[in-house]
Design a protein around this ligand. Structure first.
Ligand SMILES: [Zn+2]
Length: 485
């Protein structure tokens, strides 16, 4: 790898150089619970993970990327109480749990594609991995890490002293400050590995197990799927910061207790999107989805750009104004990128620009700084158009903002005159042919007038164009570009 990649590892609370002795980097990202739409705060986490993956690919690593679909077993509360979110979603909408899961998984994937997030290699579903989960619980059972209560099989955290390490939990305050509904649990930190189906309720999703009919706990799903597809230790496990204290702490406990080996080397967590100073959460009811953004006529890529304005480990405050500003900023950035030209880029200056951009990315994915480098490069009067375009093209491998393609709404029409002059019209709506012909004639007349030093004629045409809002640019390669309002 040409340059070292520094990543902040939650496990050590420090930036470390990322290395791997595997041919392929294993990357596991906790996926969506498909009982409702993802809100844009959830999507911020997947955007940070996408930058991580793109950075690894850009540096030349192969990546095996897994994102699970949690379609069973995620309870309303993190403390193993409350209803299953999936069963509740199904009741709310009068559909089967399976229909709900499919519908919201499809919606999630549409969001992912709209945001130019690369698909993982696999989208394993929890409901396809019951055997693996049961096997992992049996392994824990045989090693003496479980006990059973009237409502399930629990992990006994008292037998795993390292439990408090990952989230830096204070064991004293955990006991004293706990207002957690304990039920029959021996300790507030103990968690369900397998829940029994309630006797009086027929669940839509339930499976037979050595312990009776029931369904898996949420934490065991991720562990069973990541072990199956990525082995141990996996290179990078990602999620949101809300996963640190319970979900990832529990995952580490059960995997390391079951196998006696390190679970994951790097743990990376994305910070929240903040709305009105509150974490944007599905349980709060009032949340914004990507469809809401699209319905307001805002390009999903503007949201992608918006999340780049803060480092992934910094909370980002959402407002519609800030999103509109990001959309404008994306347009401005695109306008700075020159069109294709025949001239050759300066190889040294291109690699210098790319190296500076890459350095910011390799410093724990510092996107605000990387974007700063790109703006600076594009505004640098000493760089040629071809050099700027080459740097932008490389940067877009990571940014994935479609920087080199013009706005999809822009329609480009090209004319070549009899004398071989090329005029390129760029408009946001279809312009009728007669208008284009008229402009074309005037551009040619203006050119000839200037050549014959008939400046009054040339100026009159220029003034007319300015009045109508046409922007005429004489490009270096001899073509004329005309941007229509
Ligand atoms: Zn997970």
């Amino acid at each position: 790898m040409s340059q070292p990649l520094y990543l902040y590892n939650t496990a050590t609370r420090s930036k470390e150089v990322f290395t791997t002795d595997q041919n392929t980097v294993g990357m596991y990202c906790c996926g969506p619970t498909v009982y409702n739409y993802a809100h844009i705060g959830n999507l911020r986490t997947y955007l940070f993970e996408d930058i991580l993956k793109r950075a690894l690919l850009w540096l030349g690593y192969k990546v095996k990327h897994i994102v699970n679909i949690t379609d069973v077993g995620h309870l309303v509360s993190d403390e193993d109480t409350g209803e299953d979110k999936m069963e509740r979603g199904a009741q709310r909408e009068g559909k089967t749990v399976w229909e709900i899961a499919q519908m919201y998984a499809d919606a999630f994937m549409n969001n992912i594609h709209d945001l130019h997030i690369l698909d993982p290699d696999l989208w394993p579903k929890a409901t396809d991995h019951l055997d693996e989960m049961i096997e992992l619980v049996q392994q824990l059972e045989s090693r003496g890490f479980t006990y059973s209560t009237s409502d399930g099989i629990y992990f006994d955290t008292a037998h795993f002293p390292a439990y408090v390490d990952f989230a830096r939990l204070d064991p004293q305050s955990l006991q004293a400050g706990s207002r957690v509904e304990m039920g029959e649990k021996k300790a507030p930190t103990d968690f369900a590995l397998w829940k029994f189906s309630p006797r009086d309720v027929k669940r839509q999703m339930e499976w037979d197990s050595p312990w009776g009919m029931g369904f898996p706990g949420w934490h065991i799903e991720c562990s069973a799927m990541s072990l199956k597809y990525l082995g141990q230790p996996l290179d990078i496990h990602c999620g949101g910061t809300d996963h640190i204290r319970i979900h990832h702490t529990n995952e580490i406990a059960q995997v390391e207790a079951a196998t006696g080996k390190q679970f994951a080397r790097f743990w990376m967590h994305g910070e929240f999107l903040v709305l009105d100073k509150e974490k944007m959460a599905k349980s709060g009811g009032n949340f914004i989805t990507l469809d809401t953004v699209k319905q307001r006529g805002i390009d999903p890529l503007a949201y992608r750009m918006f999340t780049f304005t803060a480092h992934y480990r910094t909370p980002l405050t959402f407002s519609w104004d800030a999103l509109h500003a990001a959309a404008q900023s994306l347009q401005n950035l695109k306008k700075l990128i020159p069109g294709e030209s025949a001239e050759a880029a300066d190889a040294d200056l291109v690699s210098e620009g790319i190296a500076r951009f890459g350095e910011a990315i390799c410093d724990d994915l510092n996107l605000p700084r990387a974007l700063g480098v790109l703006w600076e490069t594009l505004k640098n009067p000493n760089l040629t158009n071809a050099t700027k375009r080459a740097v932008a093209s490389e940067a877009d491998c990571i940014l994935a903002l479609d920087l080199l393609t013009r706005d999809a709404r822009e329609i480009v029409t090209e004319f070549t005159s009899a004398t071989g002059e090329v005029i390129k019209f760029i408009s946001s709506a279809q312009t009728d042919h007669a208008t284009l012909e008229d402009i074309k004639l005037k551009i040619e007349r203006r050119k000839h007038a200037r050549a014959r030093k008939q400046f009054d004629i040339a100026d009159a045409i220029r003034e007319e164009f300015a009045r109508k809002g046409y922007v005429i640019k004489d490009m270096k390669n001899g073509t004329t570009e005309c941007v229509l309002p």
